[in-house]
Design a binder for this molecule. Structure first.
Ligand SMILES: NC(=O)c1ccc[n+]([C@@H]2O[C@H](COP(=O)([O-])OP(=O)(O)OC[C@H]3O[C@@H](n4cnc5c(N)ncnc54)[C@H](OP(=O)(O)O)[C@@H]3O)[C@@H](O)[C@H]2O)c1
Length: 306
């Protein structure tokens, strides 16, 4: 089968499509014929061994080398996929051959491939019925992250929530998830993302090129930095008494959860969530697709069809 392999950590050019052996599912695994996979900020950071700045970055780089491979990733990369179950191991009870699923592969990886074997304990659920495989693969990374952080910060009915950075995979999901949780959403995006942010459900959108964060004169129950660009001290004046500031740029890592995927599928099928796909590439265009994600300017998700 065709799959992407990495010759080391680094620029997109470390990736290439090669012929490899098709995986055989173990007793606790399902084998998925992958139809689409998303390329997320997490994937490109892993590829580039980019753990961020300072001590946190150093610790992250050491952890990645220990878990993923000392000199190069040992596994086929790619962490989010959608496809059809074609085989199940004998201990698997959650899924059957023929199920259309979407999944977060976690440290099993293997999404950039024609077939992927995943332990059934991973975050896997039936994909939204109304979603194409491409749409389904675009949902989990941002959706799961947004649900994790917004719930943790207490976003709920009637709360005022500010989403800082509303156009990345996490931000575009966060606007919709906060609204779904019953919050009133204000957002900050760049000029190119204002129309999209409104469409996703924000009541008010600030353009960060026109209004500096210090100039926003309002208070929120939850300030969620969905791009890791504002510190708590910069956002202090925006936090209402008893309110919460939460950021993706922390040591806290969103827990990947099957139940969140089930809920996101329900949201999609009841038109409470839309898939935001910026560009679609083929598996053979993996280098070009990674270059695009590396710009840090994508709106929503980048997807490869397989
Ligand atoms: N802790 C966790 O568990 C966790 C989980 C997932 C992701 N993350 C982190 O969360 C961050 C966001 O992830 P993502 O996948 O959503 O990234 P992404 O899709 O690559 O984000 C790109 C978006 O960010 C916007 N942006 C860039 N600079 C901005 C700024 N200064 N202010 C506002 N918006 C800005 C861009 O819009 P413009 O071009 O219009 O500015 C673009 O739409 C990443 O750093 C990722 O590592 C953490």
């Amino acid at each position: 089968m065709k799959a992407v392999l990495a010759s080391g950590y680094g620029a997109p050019e470390v990736l290439s499509v090669q012929d490899v052996e098709k995986p055989k599912p173990k007793n606790n695994e399902i084998l998925i014929k992958v139809k689409a996979a998303s390329i997320n900020s997490g994937d490109v950071r892993m590829r580039a061994l980019d753990g961020g700045d300072g001590l946190k970055g150093l610790v992250s780089r050491i952890i990645i080398r220990l878990l993923v491979g000392l000199t190069k990733p040992k596994r086929i990369p790619g962490s989010v996929l959608a496809g059809e179950v074609v085989e199940v191991g004998e201990d698997v009870t959650r899924f059957n051959a023929g199920d259309e699923v979407y999944a977060m592969a976690g440290f099993s990886f293997g999404a950039y491939s024609e077939y992927c074997a995943l332990p059934d304990k991973r975050a896997i659920a039936l994909k939204p019925k109304k979603a194409s495989f491409e749409e389904a693969s675009s949902i989990p990374f941002g959706g799961n992250t947004a649900m994790y952080f917004l719930r943790k910060a207490g976003a709920s009915k009637g709360k005022k929530v500010l989403i800082y950075g509303s156009t990345g995979a996490v931000g575009a999901s966060a606007v919709q998830v906060a609204k779904y949780l019953g919050a009133v959403v204000t957002a900050v995006s760049g000029p190119d993302g204002m129309k999209l942010t409104k469409k996703l459900g924000a009541s008010k959108v600030y353009n960060y090129k026109e209004t500096a964060i210090e100039e926003i004169n309002d208070k929120f129950d939850v300030v969620f930095d969905a791009v890791g660009k504002i510190t708590k001290s910069k956002a202090k004046h925006l936090i209402a008494e008893g309110g919460q500031y939460i950021t993706v740029d922390s040591l806290d890592v969103a827990k990947e959860s099957s139940s969140d995927l089930v809920e996101l599928a329900k949201m999609f099928d009841s038109s409470k969530l839309v898939a935001t796909i910026d560009k679609t590439f083929t598996l053979d265009e993996i280098v070009e697709a990674n270059r695009y994600v590396d710009t840090g300017r994508k709106k929503g998700s980048v997807v490869i069809t397989i």
